[in-house]
Design a protein around this ligand. Sequence first.
Ligand SMILES: NC(=O)c1ccc[n+]([C@@H]2O[C@H](COP(=O)([O-])OP(=O)(O)OC[C@H]3O[C@@H](n4cnc5c(N)ncnc54)[C@H](O)[C@@H]3O)[C@@H](O)[C@H]2O)c1
Length: 369
Amino acid sequence: MKLEIVNHNGGLVSTPVPAVRNGTSASPRPLRGIAVVGLGYWGPNWIRNFYSLQCAHKLVACDLSAERLSHVKGLYPSVETSQNFDEVLRDPDIDGVVIATPVSTHYRLAKQCLQADKAVVVEKPMATSRAEAADLVRLARLRDRVLMAGHTFEYSAPVLKLRELIASGEIGEVLYISSVRANLGLFQQDVNVAWDLATHDISIILMLLGQMPESVSCQGQSHFRHEVEDVALITLHLPHNVIAFIHVSWLDPNKIRRTTIVGSRRMLVYDDTALQEKIRIYDRGVTVQPYYDNYGEFQYAYRYGDIHIPRIEEVEPIKRECEHFVDCIRHNLTPATDGLNGLRVVAVLEAAQTSLRNGGIKVPLSQTN
Ligand SMILES: NC(=O)c1ccc[n+]([C@@H]2O[C@H](COP(=O)([O-])OP(=O)(O)OC[C@H]3O[C@@H](n4cnc5c(N)ncnc54)[C@H](O)[C@@H]3O)[C@@H](O)[C@H]2O)c1
């Protein structure tokens, strides 16, 4: 069952073009209310965007911590607050819920939302295992509710631009991808650095290539907490000899957010820390010359062409996520980052975790574990 779900749609990752669910065009539903659960570091970004979009009559902020609730209330006085998640579930005026709590709670809280017939967007990663993620997908189908994975970068303008550049054939065949996401902290309590940071890179790479890896390997090390790795290197072995390396770290002096995509004709560098000019297209490459003497070195010609910087209209990705979630509820659409998309990313993470615990072996994605 697991492989079947992972390879649904021929292994293609869904695109951010909303599609009508169940093939029917339902009449728009007015949105009564949205709740955001978890107001730590990330949750307030959802509140800020829903607040400014004014897309629902009611906006509820829910957290176990009274302090976090009063902080949010201070910033957004018209937001209702609750310390009780069950209250949110019971509220008939809440159509959709954002789960922005620690990863270990995602499955339980998202499941309760779906059982209460709420649409739900679950922050990344959607769950802590493939079995949990598959169960959420199954439940969302059963209850005919929107299930969206909070894969923020799939809504970001530079990443959408990268996908456009690859799909247009401008860089030729993708040969390999190298991604680095490093900084000092924020150490998470319940997941290692792969589940925390590499989730972004995996979701970006699956979206760009539209393919699942055939196998995954991962090495890492924990320096502070037993079995909570703070540095990791994940390798995705993709079809047609494409390989992707993802280096993630909570233990780096610099903040690095850089993805290099090497194509057979051109190369792309995406630096998310750059204020402007996040993408550079390098007209550089290597061509193999016809053999003309005994020295292998001379069989290659290196091309050092121009660097082109495309113009990108940036919108805060989470704003697009908010709008998309609301649209999906209103118009009964399948989210661009639907439950299956969330499941695929979790499946890759789970394979990486299995590899990590087994000395970095290659773990096939078809393996049941
Ligand atoms: N998409 C992104 O770019 C991005 C960035 C950062 C974090 N995140 C994700 O957001 C989620 C939250 O991360 P964070 O760094 O904000 O965590 P955090 O620890 O700072 O905050 C979590 C909050 O959830 C609350 N909480 C826990 N259990 C709860 C419950 N049962 N009911 C109500 N509230 C509860 C806690 O009191 C806390 O305030 C994680 O899944 C993380 O992976 C996503």
